[in-house]
Ligand binder design. Structure first.
Ligand SMILES: CC(C)(COP(=O)(O)OP(=O)(O)OC[C@H]1O[C@@H](n2cnc3c(N)ncnc32)[C@H](O)[C@@H]1OP(=O)(O)O)[C@@H](O)C(=O)NCCC(=O)NCCS
Length: 213
């Protein structure tokens, strides 16, 4: 039995991206790497972030960054990166900036943060033009990978960007991050350049990817 292929999204799910960009789904979330039947009913919803969400964003930002890159990039660099860039102050500034938009995914019961999306004006070393927006971060806790949550966040971001008149979405992704690159390619992104990305003083090589909206 391949427990690591037990799919959360094989269970009934509602994708309801309403105008106010709320969405909800019910999933049976199975923790795939643990033996036996470990399943808990979990309801995940996403909503646009508002001022006051900065602590939740910093928490899920640091947690998902650590999960994603532990064993992949330098550990001390991860710690420094999170101390500098995954902080409530950084997210409070982003939430106060009308040019940026963030979403939180929350688990019920309890509304604990389990994922997030951050859109911002492009800050990438490629030629950009009016109508460009950057998907700065899209992160989901690993136990919810391949649950459909990443796509739900992406769809919320695409809908927001189109409604705001943007015509192209860009992003940067670590070249060794095969999971994310597979996700982006599956949803229409292609490579348009490269960048050097500083993680807590250590420099890593990213692809810059883009797709039309
Ligand atoms: C990238 C990420 C957000 C994707 O979210 P996810 O919830 O795992 O993806 P979803 O379940 O929504 O995937 C939806 C569809 O996208 C495609 N997809 C997802 N991951 C894929 C992959 N690795 N390769 C190819 N296609 C993929 C599939 O078509 C999938 O549908 P399917 O599962 O029915 O085949 C998530 O893996 C994540 O948080 N990774 C760690 C953080 C990270 O690296 N973020 C990006 C930093 S640049």
């Amino acid at each position: 039995m391949h427990l690591n292929r037990v799919r959360a999204c094989a269970f009934p799910m509602q994708h309801t991206i309403a105008p106010e960009l709320r969405a909800a789904m019910d999933i049976l979330s199975c923790l795939p790497r643990m033996p036996g039947v470990i399943a808990a009913r979990m309801s995940i919803s996403i909503r646009k972030s508002v001022p006051g969400d900065e602590a939740a964003l910093a928490l899920v930002g640091a947690a998902t960054f650590l999960e994603s890159y532990a064993g992949v990039v330098d550990g001390a660099a991860i710690v420094r990166h999170c101390a500098q860039r995954q902080t409530p102050d950084v997210y409070a500034a982003a939430l106060a900036d009308p040019a940026q938009a963030l979403w939180l995914a929350e688990a019920a019961p309890g509304a604990a943060p389990v994922g997030y999306l951050h859109l911002a004006p492009p800050d990438l070393p490629v030629e950009t033009r009016p109508g460009d927006i950057e998907m700065k971060r899209i992160y989901v806790l690993s136990k919810l990978h391949r649950s459909g949550l990443g796509l739900m966040l992406l769809q919320a971001g695409l809908a927001h960007a189109r409604a705001a008149g943007f015509r192209r979405m860009l992003l940067g992704v670590y070249k060794q991050n095969a999971r994310a690159i597979g996700f982006y390619k599956a949803h229409g992104f292609h490579s348009v350049g490269e960048r050097q990305f500083d993680v807590g003083g250590a420099v890593y090589c990213d692809w810059v990817m883009a797709r039309d909206l």
